[in-house]
Design a protein around this ligand. Structure first.
Ligand code: FE2
Ligand code: FE2
Length: 278
């Protein structure tokens, strides 16, 4: 795997993993820690617990009964899924202070969550082995563009202008970033994932989610994130026609997604974009 050797500006700060998500990660490594203890940690933070229950009760998890407590959520969803639900709620909260920065953060989170959900959806339906679990695929999707949020936080108006320029000139954001800064949100996202101790496959997939395409054509996890990002972008832009056929191209070869699954995924994304709760 290639090393990511770009240089960040001095004083550029990479956020730490939200404390509660970090604590749960550590707890999960201890075989003596059970559901009860993990759920109790989440319950101690009332606003976070409320958010976690809202996500757990959203249509994505399709629970038959409504969770009323984090204990119940932990036992119905399982610890690994609960960990992701906590991560999602905590990451979004960690950047609440950026509301009003001139960028629609909800748009960004909507894209991240739907990409996460679609990565999990496709992992469960791919005909080839993707090498990661649906839960890990969810994390990749959730965090793939986190570099953008970290760049808004660090570079403020300068970065907001880069984003606006990319939009008005119809150039991909990562190219505008490369021109203006010499590194991209994919580079920054990879650095965040490294600092958070995420598995190397996750780091690699986040770093390469805008290419080069040759990496996607070779590595299933890179292919999954790169293709799912494109799929979600195209369906979000109302361009389902451009989304169809994506999984027959070389960048999607390592996945083995047939046309029926692709059609189902396009419908899934359209539904998820409407249903997502932030
Ligand atoms: Fe991106
Ligand atoms: Fe993206």
């Amino acid at each position: 795997m290639p090393q990511n050797s770009f240089v960040l500006p001095e004083a550029f700060s990479i956020p730490t993993m939200p404390a509660v998500a970090n604590r749960i990660s550590t707890m999960l490594q201890d075989p003596n820690v059970g559901l009860r203890e993990v759920a109790a940690v989440v319950a101690q933070d009332a606003p976070l617990a409320a958010k976690v229950l809202k996500i757990a009760n959203s249509s994505f998890y399709g629970l038959r009964e409504r969770c009323m407590s984090t204990q119940q959520a932990a036992s119905i969803l399982g610890i690994k899924v609960l960990k992701n639900v906590v991560l999602q709620a905590a990451v979004i909260r960690q950047f609440d202070h950026l509301k009003g920065s001139g960028i629609d953060l909800n748009d960004l989170w909507r894209h991240a969550i739907v990409t996460a959900q679609t990565c999990a959806f496709l992992t469960q339906r791919a005909q080839r082995k993707i090498l990661i679990s649906a839960e890990e695929a969810y994390v990749c999707g959730l965090l793939h563009d986190l570099g953008q949020v970290v760049m808004i936080d660090n570079l403020k108006d300068f970065y907001v202008k880069v984003m606006k320029r990319a939009k008005s000139e119809h150039i991909p954001l990562f190219l505008a970033e490369q021109q203006a800064l010499g590194f991209t949100h994919a580079d920054v996202g990879g650095r965040v994932a490294t600092m958070w101790g995420l598995p190397q496959t996750v780091v690699h997939a986040i770093t390469l989610h805008h290419g080069p395409d040759a990496e996607a054509a070779r590595e299933p996890v890179v292919s999954l994130i790169l293709c799912t990002n494109l799929l979600v972008e195209r369906v979000s832009a109302g361009n389902a026609a451009a989304a169809s056929g994506l999984f027959a191209t070389p960048i999607a070869r390592p996945l083995g997604i047939n046309s029926e699954v692709e059609t189902a995924a396009i419908e899934f994304v359209a539904g998820a974009l409407k249903a997502v709760e932030i």
